[in-house]
Design a protein around this ligand. Structure first.
Ligand code: GLP
Length: 251
C-alpha cells in the first residue's frame, strides 16, 4: 500500500479525482466501485468539474456501489441510490450504475444477484473506499471472520450513531444493510482509500501499522497488491507523529 499525504480535504479530493480520471482515461470502459459517506463527496465534486471541462467521458464506464441500507426505497432521501444520484450520477454521462436493491427482502437472492452483476461486468477495476471509525469498509463491521461475498449485515451501534447525523432521529437509521464482502472488495484490481479528519487518525494508524485481523476489517488491505491511501494531514496525525517514514513509500 502507498500513502499519499495531502494538506487538507480539498487537496485530498483533487488528488483522488485525478486518480479516478486517470483510470477512466487508461480504460474508457472501466468498472468503478463507488462509495458513499461524507468523505468522497469532495472527490465527486472534483470529478464533476473535470467532466464539465471535458477532461473525461463516462459513457462507457459502469459502476457498482459498495453497499445500500436494507429496507430503504430507492427514492428515500437517505438511500445510497439517492446519494449517488444527487452527488454524482445526475451530473455526468454515466449510463450503467448498480447498487444492491435495499428493498429486496430476500437477502440470499439479492446477494447472489449482486455478485453475479459484478462478475458479469468483468470485475471491478478500481474500488473507492472510505473508512468507519471502527475500521469498517463498505458496511463490513468488525467481526471474528473476514466476510467473503456480498451479504446482509447488522450494523454496529457505533455505525448507527455515526450515520444518525443524516437522519431525523437515530431510530430512523436502518439497522441492517447489504454490503459487498471483504472478498468482493479485495478482488478489485486497484483500491483507493480516502481518509480525512483527525477523528480517523487512530483507525488509519491501526489499519496501516496494526495486525491484519477481522476485528479491524480495513487491515485486510495489507494483503492487496495495489492500494493507494489518500489522506489529509489531520487523518495522518498519528502516523506523522510515530512513523512518518512510511508516507509515500510502498509498504
Ligand atoms: C458508511 C459507509 C462507508 C463509509 C463510512 C464512513 O458507514 N457505508 O462506506 O466509508 O460510512 O463515512 P464518512 O466518510 O462519512 O466518515
Amino acid at each position: 500500500m502507498k500513502i499519499i499525504l495531502t494538506k487538507n480535504y480539498e487537496q485530498l479530493s483533487q488528488v483522488a479525482a485525478q486518480i479516478i480520471i486517470s483510470q477512466v482515461s487508461e480504460k474508457n470502459d472501466s468498472v468503478l466501485g463507488l462509495a458513499t459517506g461524507s468523505t468522497p463527496i469532495g472527490t465527486y465534486k472534483e470529478i464533476i468539474k473535470l467532466y464539465n471541462d471535458k477532461q473525461v467521458d463516462f459513457s462507457n464506464v459502469k459502476s457498482v456501489n459498495l453497499d445500500e441500507y436494507y429496507g430503504l426505497e430507492k427514492g428515500h432521501e437517505q438511500s445510497y441510490f439517492t446519494f449517488m444520484n444527487e452527488n454524482l450520477f445526475k451530473f455526468i454521462n454515466i449510463n450503467e450504475t448498480y447498487l444492491p436493491d435495499g428493498t429486496n427482502p430476500n437477502s440470499f437472492e439479492e446477494c447472489e444477484n449482486y455478485e453475479k452483476t459484478i462478475k458479469n461486468l468483468g470485475g471491478i477495476d478500481l474500488q473507492l473506499l472510505g473508512i468507519g471509525h471502527n475500521g469498517h469498509i463498505g458496511f463490513n463491521e468488525p467481526d471474528t471472520i473476514f466476510s467473503t461475498k456480498t451479504h446482509c449485515v447488522r450494523l454496529k451501534p457505533s455505525t448507527i450513531e455515526a450515520n444518525a447525523r443524516f437522519f431525523e432521529t437515530i431510530d430512523d437509521v436502518p439497522k441492517t444493510a447489504y454490503t459487498m464482502g471483504i472478498g468482493t472488495i479485495m478482488s478489485a484490481k486497484k483500491i483507493l482509500l480516502l481518509v480525512s479528519g483527525e477523528d480517523k487518525s487512530d483507525i488509519l494508524y491501526k489499519t496501516v501499522t496494526g495486525q491484519v485481523r477481522p476485528q479491524t476489517p480495513s487491515s485486510i488491505l495489507h494483503f492487496h497488491q495495489n492500494v493507494i491511501i489518500v489522506a489529509d494531514e489531520l487523518a495522518l496525525k498519528k502516523i506523522l507523529d510515530i512513523c512518518p517514514e512510511i508516507i509515500d513509500k510502498n509498504i
